[in-house]
Design a binder for this molecule. Structure first.
Ligand SMILES: Cc1cc2nc3c(=O)[nH]c(=O)nc-3n(C[C@H](O)[C@H](O)[C@H](O)COP(=O)(O)OP(=O)(O)OC[C@H]3O[C@@H](n4cnc5c(N)ncnc54)[C@H](O)[C@@H]3O)c2cc1C
Length: 396
């Protein structure tokens, strides 16, 4: 192979100028507007409405939506960079944006009719509406196929009945992407997706859940009680909803991977800073090998997590298969965030256990990444199935 071919085939481990500009823009916003309120919204469990408006103005709620539909028209690598930066400042802001982008705008962009895009996608991408995603149910968690919410056709409406759990953005949401079964006997082929106005009669929002972390993110149960939804609000074909849900989660997992990278990065930075300030035995603790090893492990975890997240984003940008790579990125990054937050608390010693220090919040916020949008065990199932398929007929 000639040198030219090798160079052409080489890999670029570098963001483009545009992607670096996005990072700088989001970091500036996050430092100026998010960092000052992050501890307060954590303490009071307050949804940061003012900042959600500002994120909308900056185009951060419709990043992957083309400009013609009110979005910023960015690629997925830029999207990951932006979610990482938001989450580095505050994981709640990261998930609020990630849900609207990945779980609400994406399926509407991909599966909606032109009329639905004009009516719902444009205002969602501009942040005039706020979206939530209703898949999980009491008996449909990891097994999302077991949808018990029903949608019965009645003239030009479907009548929905059932309960959705753990809905992020539920309280402030104006629109929901929700799943229900038209025919339970058909299993996953009986599931249909809908776009539902949250103020429609029969949509009942529950009380705000009190959580371990991401306190600024509003999580609630949403029940549908004889909720009449026009056929015109159906997202995709009848019975095609499960495919919509799985495809949507492929991108959603990239968003959560990026959120986890942001948390891990914040933990590394806080640990590094503290290790240089804290003096014990007449030296900064950063001079002790035990502390250096933790910092080294954190640096490797952050880099590996980020690279896996960028790879999954890049493949999605290329329109190439990326479900397994998204699962790998989500699994690895979530675990990296939990490990890094743990090390950061350890490096802070007793102070790390106090709410006054940010690492305590990072430790609580990191854990959710291993649970939502598919637990770590579910990601391993996806990855293992692929391994088994890859080596079908024996290892080569
Ligand atoms: C803060 C928060 C926000 C959320 N936001 C949303 C949202 O916006 N929209 C939405 O639809 N959902 C949301 N969820 C729901 C979330 O996606 C689910 O909680 C998650 O998918 C797990 O489902 P479950 O809680 O029912 O756990 P279960 O499925 O009951 O799992 C319990 C345990 O069993 C394990 N397990 C289950 N099946 C298997 C298996 N086959 N093999 C091995 N282990 C297995 C799991 O990994 C887990 O450890 C949110 C959850 C939380 C906590």
């Amino acid at each position: 192979m000639s040198a030219t071919t090798t160079a052409a085939a080489g890999m670029r481990f570098k963001l483009s100028d545009d992607q670096r500009d996005i990072r700088a823009m989001v970091r500036e916003f996050a430092e100026a507007e998010i960092v000052p309120i992050a501890a307060e919204i954590d303490e009071t469990h307050r949804f940061p409405e003012e900042n959600v408006r500002k994120m909308a103005e900056l185009g951060l709620l419709g990043m992957i939506v083309p400009e013609e539909y009110g979005g910023a028209g960015l690629d997925y690598v830029s999207y990951s960079v932006a979610i990482e930066e938001l989450s580095r400042a505050c994981a709640s802001h990261g998930v609020i944006a990630s849900v609207n982008n990945s779980l609400v705008c994406y399926p509407i962009l991909t599966y909606a009719t032109e009329e639905q895009k004009q009516k719902f996608l444009k205002p969602l991408a501009k942040g005039e509406f706020l979206g939530a995603y209703c898949l999980t149910e009491p008996n449909a968690g990891s097994n999302a196929a077991n949808q018990e919410t029903t949608a019965v056709l009645d003239g030009d409406h479907y009548v929905l009945n059932g309960t959705k759990l753990f809905v992020t953005n539920a309280g402030p949401s104006t629109h929901l992407v929700a799943y229900a079964s038209n025919d339970r006997s058909k299993g996953t082929r009986g599931i249909t997706a809908f776009i539902i106005e949250a103020d429609r009669p029969g949509v009942k929002k529950g009380k705000k859940e009190m959580k371990m972390g991401i306190h600024g993110s509003d999580t609630r149960e949403i029940a549908f009680v004889d909720c009449r939804v026009p056929v015109a609000n159906r997202l995709g074909a009848e019975g095609a909803g499960y495919k919509v849900a799985l495809d949507t989660l492929g991108g959603g997992r990239i968003g959560i991977a990026a959120q986890a990278v942001g948390i891990a990065q914040a933990a590394l930075e806080a640990a590094h800073r503290y290790s240089q300030e804290r003096i014990q035995f007449d030296k900064p603790i950063s001079e002790f090998p035990a502390i250096q090893q933790m910092l080294a492990d954190m640096a490797v975890e952050v880099d590996a997590a980020r690279l896996l997240t960028y790879r999954a984003s890049f493949l999605r940008d290329q329109g190439r298969p990326h479900a397994v790579e998204s699962s790998m990125a989500k699994l690895y990054s979530s675990e990296a965030a939990v490990k890094c937050a743990n090390w950061a608390v350890q490096i802070h010693g007793g102070y790390g256990y106090l709410t006054e220090y940010k690492v305590e919040r990072l430790y609580r916020d990191a854990k959710i990444c291993e649970i939502y949008e598919g637990t770590s065990e579910v990601q391993k199932m996806v990855i293992a199935l692929n391994v088994l398929k890859q080596f079908e007929g024996g290892s080569k």
